[in-house]
Design a protein around this ligand. Sequence first.
Ligand code: ADP
Ligand code: ADP
Ligand code: ZN
Length: 228
Amino acid sequence: MDGSGTPQAAPVLILLGPPGAGKGTQARLLEERFGLVQLSTGDLLRAAVAAGTDAGNQAKDVMDAGGLVGDDIVVAILRDRMAEPDCAKGVILDGFPRTTGQAGALDRLLTDNGQAVNAAISLIVDDVKMVVRISGRFTCGACGEGYHEAFKPPKQADTCDVCGARDMQRRADDTPKTVMSRLDAYHAETAPLLRYYGDKGVLKEVDAMGDINAIARDIAKIADHATT
Ligand code: ADP
Ligand code: ADP
Ligand code: ZN
């Protein structure tokens, strides 16, 4: 409820940025702090590939090559996930939308739910440095916490700080060659969204080359402002 007694629609935050910009890292911090649900289409697609669903089988080769999966597949996966009850708290979209077609589909979906995008937060990074970030990335297979060999190592080698599991995993597509394709896809297909959200007046830009916690503070200020 706001001061007028009108129920407020559940917030929708979008994190935009090239591969390695820190979308997943920052989405998890926002999830904790604001009680929102992180929705990563990359994670949803990887789960579909692992489960061998039709969508997963269609997506696999494109993902391995660092291209973008078709809008129809991604939008269907996201729509199903957003219909689950936990998303009623509000969501942080990490890696979606990635094309103007997806952005249009998201707007239609949100309008049907009486929602709108509160803020599209663009993480501004230096592309050249993203190869190092992606090459050193690994993730806890049990809880999904993200790590980096140099920038965010676990306190005890190979052991997750959050859940204690010893099941660190690397993504098949996190190779220097694939990163170049993914950066190209970002500039060709996703960067136009900056204009799309700028025109709507919800675009916020954050310098994302600094310390993870300092960036989190900048994003939290934006999220605070956008959701109250
Ligand atoms: P994205 O989801 O945008 O691809 P991630 O959040 O997975 O990016 O981050 C990519 C890698 O870089 C991870 O290994 C993560 O630990 C690390 N990382 C994230 N943010 C920073 C930062 N500000 N400085 C240095 N390394 C970072
Ligand atoms: P990153 O962390 O590098 O930004 P993601 O985990 O978000 O990567 O995505 C991994 C791969 O999954 C992408 O390279 C692409 O093939 C596919 N993918 C994820 N989200 C989308 C999307 N919204 N549209 C199309 N393809 C997607
Ligand atoms: Zn863990």
